[in-house]
Design a protein around this ligand. Structure first.
Ligand SMILES: [Zn+2]
Length: 162
């Protein structure tokens, strides 16, 4: 990808801004101007609204890459995964912060913004999303994840049982 194209696309790469069809509720990333799912596409043209992805999802499938593309030599082996976001769109991205052998289908992950690569002697640094494991694998997705109350009021015995 050219640098110019990369920077044109950078805002949505950073904020995972997609679009949502208010007719059928399907979310798209990258955003689409019309909904290809609705039987009459043209009806959805005025019905698309911006929709923010949470960046949370689960690993749908993955591959462990042993031969790096140019510019990624320092990172092999790495995990490249298809991640099904909670909102629906499937994103492709690298999974970081784990041993490649530890990746599992169905693993909960969340998007995190990392350096993707450095380019040439000029040291142009590309950033974008990667995925990192999320420690909420057993929890159903919800607006307000329960918070552990571990603090002054917690008896050591309770913590030992947990
Ligand atoms: Zn639709």
């Amino acid at each position: 990808m050219s640098i110019a194209r990369f920077w044109r696309e950078t805002p949505r790469r950073y904020n995972l801004g997609g679009s949502k069809c208010t007719v059928c509720g399907t979310v798209y990333f990258p955003p689409r101007p019309v909904c290809p799912v609705c039987p009459q596409h043209r009806r959805s043209i005025e019905k698309m609204v911006p929709s923010q992805l949470s960046g949370r999802g689960e690993v749908l499938s993955y591959t462990i890459v042993h031969e790096a593309a140019e510019g990624f030599e320092m990172q092999v082996p790495y995990v490249l995964a298809l991640v099904k976001t909670d909102e629906g769109p499937v994103l492709t991205g690298q999974v970081v912060d784990l041993e490649p052998a530890a990746v599992r289908i169905g693993m909960r992950v969340h998007a995190t913004f990392r350096k993707l690569r450095e380019e040439g002697a000029a040291g142009v640094i590309h950033y974008g999303y990667k995925f990192a494991p999320t420690d909420d694998g057993e929890r159903a997705p919800g607006p307000e994840p329960p918070t552990e109350k571990v603090g002054a009021g917690t008896a050591p015995a309770d913590r030992a049982r947990a």
